[in-house]
Design a protein around this ligand. Structure first.
Ligand SMILES: [Zn+2]
Length: 158
């Protein structure tokens, strides 16, 4: 949709001067196909959202996005341990029922995916180099979802 260009419209320019506004600012149209709704944001923060794999995309840093949010993904299974993924690694469970979210607190025996840590070289993680196995085990054991989202912000992403 093309809107008229009001950037040189004198009544608005006058109003801007009156308000002391220096810059025009910017805004993005809300598109529910591309942008999270308030409800989706809430559900992501709580239990996570069940999604088909086609609703997810790989960001340039190999992490995973649902619409304009970076998410963790795990398979919805009865397994005793739930492995959650940070990235589109070679172990990504493309054929499973997937849930995307930002919290793992509700997951039974949640374990971060080792292949994801390798792919992202998280804290230098490289499970193919066995010389530092003890260190890599520590990285996995101490992996913290909040620290991850501190480095790779959850929302918004382009
Ligand atoms: Zn993974």
């Amino acid at each position: 949709m093309d809107l008229p260009d009001f950037s040189q419209f004198e009544p608005f320019l006058m109003l801007r001067r009156k308000m002391g506004a220096q810059r025009l600012g910017s805004f993005e149209f809300f598109d529910p196909k591309l942008h999270l709704t308030a409800q989706e944001r809430l559900v992501l923060l709580r239990q996570g959202i069940l999604l088909p794999v086609t609703a997810l995309r790989k960001l340039t840093d190999a992490t995973i996005a649902f619409k304009n949010a970076r998410v963790l993904v795990w398979p919805e299974t009865d397994a005793l341990t739930t492995v959650y993924h940070l990235s589109w690694c070679d172990q990504f469970p493309v054929d499973a029922r997937l849930r995307a979210g930002v919290q793992i607190g509700r997951l039974a025996n949640a374990r971060v995916c080792q292949a994801c840590l390798d792919l992202l070289q998280y804290e230098g993680h490289n499970s193919h180099r066995h010389r530092h196995d003890a260190y890599y085990e520590k990285v996995r054991a101490e992996f913290d979802v909040r620290a991850f989202f501190g480095r790779y912000p959850h929302y918004p992403v382009k």
